[in-house]
Design a protein around this ligand. Structure first.
Ligand code: CTP
Ligand code: MG
Length: 230
């Protein structure tokens, strides 16, 4: 079936309106190159090619609106806001009313395997919100006024994106005006009865934050390309 003939849509919102201050390059990290291709283009392509994703919205800052619109003609491009949550909110406003599931993804995570999108969509059939997460491999401690407490690593998760919800739940969560660092946190805070869960994430879905992360992502990318050609 043609993607635009379907009357309930699954929409990916790719947030790409940050300035990348921790990476400190002249242009925001989502527009830097990874193996010769713009970082933003990797996740855009993965979502555009996914058979169960019907629309891709890119949220970017005002100065990049025109260039992103011309580079990604298959996507809707909307302006971002001062915080990530504001940018997500603008993306949600651009979703059409027949959107069923919305998948919020960081442009700074270029390497998102399609099987993770599959797993999120599958779990969303019985959950209100789902995100990929991985277990930390290092020892984890919490700093206290006395020193530190050791945490049980097996009970901890590093939460990645896409963070995926039924559109109305995420819209309602944003409409409360409450703040949180990500969508899972916001929905947990605003919808006490929401059924939220995780699927196994992947190390390659790391967020590019500091300049060394670019080199690590290139290694992951090389491994993914080798696997694809096997
Ligand atoms: N983001 C956004 N709008 C903002 C801030 C962040 O769309 N106002 C996006 C970023 O472009 C990125 C994702 O949210 O894809 C995750 O944010 P982060 O890694 O913190 O990126 P930056 O905010 O750009 O980086 P930094 O915090 O180092 O400035
Ligand atoms: Mg940031």
């Amino acid at each position: 079936m043609l993607k635009d003939m379907i009357n309930t849509l699954n929409t990916a919102i790719i947030v790409a309106a940050g300035s990348g201050s921790r990476l400190a390059s002249q242009i925001p990290k989502q527009f830097l190159k990874l193996n010769g291709r713009e970082i933003l283009s990797y996740s855009v392509q993965t979502f555009l090619e996914h058979p169960e994703i019907h629309k891709v919205i890119i949220v970017t800052s005002a100065v990049y609106l025109r260039s992103v619109t011309s580079s990604y003609p298959e996507c809707q491009v909307v302006p971002g806001g001062p915080t990530r949550q504001d940018s997500v909110s603008n993306g949600l406003s651009a979703c059409s009313k027949n959107t069923q599931f919305v998948l919020v993804h960081d442009a700074a995570r270029p390497l998102i395997p399609a099987y993770i999108i599959d797993a999120c969509l599958q779990k969303l059939t019985t959950y209100d919100g789902v995100a990929p997460a991985i277990t930390p491999t290092d020892s984890m401690v919490q700093i206290t006024s006395q020193g530190f407490d050791n945490l049980d690593r097996d009970t901890l998760r590093i939460v990645q994106t896409p963070q995926c919800f039924k559109l109305n739940i995420l819209r309602q969560a944003h409409a409360t005006g409450k703040l949180d660092t990500d969508e899972m946190g916001l929905v947990k805070q605003t919808h006490a009865s929401a059924k939220l869960g995780f699927v196994p994430g992947a190390p390659e879905t790391m967020k590019i934050t500091h300049s060394d992360d670019l080199k690590i992502a290139e290694i992951f990318l090389g491994k993914m390309e080798v696997k694809q050609h096997q």
